[in-house]
Design a protein around this ligand. Structure first.
Ligand code: ZN
Length: 440
C-alpha cells in the first residue's frame, strides 16, 4: 500500500534539485532542437517522461510548428584574428534561432548585429528571434566597448530546417480522471531561475507524487514556452477539458517572496487553494490578478479554454535585474528558496487533494459533541479551543454546498485543522461526503 499523500514529505530536496539544475545549465536549449531533447532525456532518468515529437509545419491553431534550430559553434574574430565573442564560452552569446552566417564585416555593420545592456555593462543579455529569420550576437557592454575599428569575421554554424518540436509529459493517474496540471517551460539556454528552477520543482514534485496514492490525475508538461503550450492544447483539446486546476512553474529559486498570479477565472479552486496555502504557511507573499501576458498561462487561460491555471512564482519575470541575462545563473538560486518552493507546491496539492464537500447529518442545532468524545480537551489551552472551533465551523458550514476550502477561508482557520475536524466528524457519523462529478 502506497503511503498517504498527506504524509508525503519533500524535505531535503534542495541538493537534488540543484544537482539537476547544474547538469542542465550548460545545455543550449531553444524552443526546438537537440538541447531540448538532451534536457528531456535527463529528466526521463528521474520521472516517467514521455517525449513527444511534433513535425515542423504542423498547424497548431493560428500558429505553425517552426523549423528546428540547432547550433554547433559561433564566434566573432576581431581584426587581429582573436575571438572576441565565443559561443563556446556562453550559450547566451548567440541570438536564439540565428540563421547560419559566415562573413566578414566592418565594425559599424557588425554593431547592428550586437546586443548589450549599457545599464548593466557586465552581463550578457538573452535574446531570441524565433519567428523572424535573422542573426545576431549578445555580449556584455564592457566587452563591446573594447571593439576596435576594422574587419570582423563572424561565424554561426547553425541549422534551421524542417525537424520537430519536442516536449515531455508525465502523467500520474489518480482515482479520478480530473487532472491537476503543472506546466513549465524548457526552452531557455543557461538561465537558472527563469526556467531551470521551475523545471526542477516540477520534476521533484512529480517524483514525490509518483510514490503515493492520488485522488487526482497529475499531468506535468515540460514544453517550450508559448509554442509548446499552444501545440499541446491543439493536440489535447479533450484532455484539456479534464484539467481542474493548474499551475505554471517558473522563477522558483530566487530569494524573493512568493507571487501568485490568479487564473483568468480569478476565483477558481486553484486560486483559493494557493492563497490559503500561502496564508497558512505564514509566508510573505503577493497575489496579483490575471493579465494576458507572462508565461504559458496566457494560452491555458485563453478564452477558448479558460482553464483554472494560475502561476506560482517567487519574483515574477522581468522584476529582478538578473532576469534574461547571464546573471540569472546558479548563484542567483538559493537552496532555501528552491526547497521552500517545492514544499509550497506540495502544500497546494495537499489542499486540492483534501478539498471536499460534506453534509452535516445533524443540522438541527449543534450535535452533542461531548457524548461522542469530540468536545476537545478543556484544559483552557488554545489548542483545544481551536480544535473545538474548527469542528463547529465544519458542522455549521457543511450544508452540501461549502467546501473545506470555503470553510478555511471564512473561518480564517488553517486548512489542515479544518480538514482534521472534518475527518473526526465523519468518523463520528456526524458528516458525510457529498460526491461530485469530474469537474466541480
Ligand atoms: Zn524567460
Amino acid at each position: 500500500m502506497s503511503p498517504d499523500i498527506l504524509e508525503l514529505s519533500v524535505a531535503d530536496s534542495a541538493g537534488e534539485m540543484r544537482r539537476l539544475m547544474t547538469e542542465l545549465y550548460p545545455i543550449c536549449r531553444s524552443i526546438t532542437g537537440d538541447g531540448v531533447r538532451r534536457t528531456l532525456e535527463t529528466i526521463r532518468q528521474l520521472v516517467p517522461l514521455e517525449i513527444i515529437e511534433v513535425p515542423s509545419g504542423t498547424p497548431v491553431f493560428d500558429w505553425t510548428v517552426p523549423n528546428e534550430w540547432n547550433i554547433r559553434d559561433a564566434f566573432i574574430k576581431d581584426p587581429r584574428g582573436e575571438k572576441v565573442v565565443d559561443f563556446g564560452e556562453h550559450n547566451l552569446h548567440v541570438v536564439g534561432y540565428s540563421v547560419p552566417v559566415r562573413q566578414t564585416l566592418a565594425l559599424d555593420e557588425l554593431q547592428e548585429r550586437l546586443h548589450s545592456l549599457p545599464e548593466q555593462p557586465d552581463v550578457i543579455p538573452y535574446r531570441t528571434s524565433y519567428y523572424n529569420e535573422t542573426w545576431g550576437f549578445c555580449l556584455s557592454h564592457d566587452r563591446r566597448n573594447t571593439l576596435e575599428e576594422g574587419e570582423y569575421e563572424v561565424v554561426i554554424d547553425s541549422s534551421l530546417e524542417p525537424g520537430h518540436l519536442t516536449y515531455g509529459e508525465v502523467v500520474l493517474p489518480g482515482e479520478s480522471e480530473a487532472e491537476i496540471l503543472i506546466s513549465c517551460h524548457v526552452c531557455h539556454p543557461s538561465l537558472a531561475n527563469d526556467n531551470l528552477s521551475g523545471l526542477a520543482v516540477a520534476v521533484f514534485l512529480a517524483r514525490a507524487l509518483g510514490a503515493v496514492e492520488r485522488r487526482y490525475t497529475y499531468r506535468f508538461l515540460f514544453i517550450p514556452g508559448t509554442i509548446g503550450s499552444i501545440t499541446w492544447l491543439a493536440r489535447n483539446e479533450e484532455n484539456a477539458q479534464r484539467i481542474r486546476a493548474g499551475l505554471v512553474a517558473a522563477n522558483l529559486g530566487d530569494p524573493g517572496r512568493f507571487h501568485y498570479k490568479r487564473s483568468r477565472q480569478g476565483d477558481a479552486e486553484i486560486d483559493r487553494a494557493v492563497r490559503v496555502a500561502l496564508r497558512d504557511a505564514g509566508e510573505d507573499h503577493r497575489v496579483e490578478d490575471f493579465v494576458p501576458f507572462g508565461y504559458d498561462e496566457r494560452q491555458y487561460c485563453s478564452p477558448g479554454f479558460d482553464l483554472a491555471v494560475g502561476s506560482l512564482t517567487r519574483t515574477p519575470w522581468g522584476r529582478y535585474p538578473e532576469y534574461h541575462t547571464s546573471a540569472d545563473n546558479l548563484d542567483l538560486v538559493t537552496d532555501e528558496s528552491l526547497q521552500g518552493s517545492l514544499e509550497m507546491y506540495l502544500e497546494v496539492v495537499k489542499i486540492l487533494e483534501q478539498n471536499r464537500r460534506f453534509r452535516n447529518l445533524n443540522p438541527k442545532c449543534e450535535p452533542q459533541l461531548g457524548k461522542r468524545g469530540l468536545y476537545g480537551s478543556l484544559g483552557g489551552g488554545t489548542e483545544g479551543r481551536d480544535q473545538q472551533l474548527a469542528r463547529l465551523w465544519v458542522l455549521n458550514l457543511s450544508d452540501g454546498e461549502h467546501t473545506l476550502l470555503d470553510i478555511a477561508e471564512r473561518s480564517g482557520m488553517g486548512f489542515v485543522r479544518i480538514a482534521e475536524a472534518a475527518e473526526a466528524l465523519v468518523d463520528a457519523d456526524l458528516l458525510e461526503e457529498v460526491e461530485e462529478g469530474v469537474r466541480a
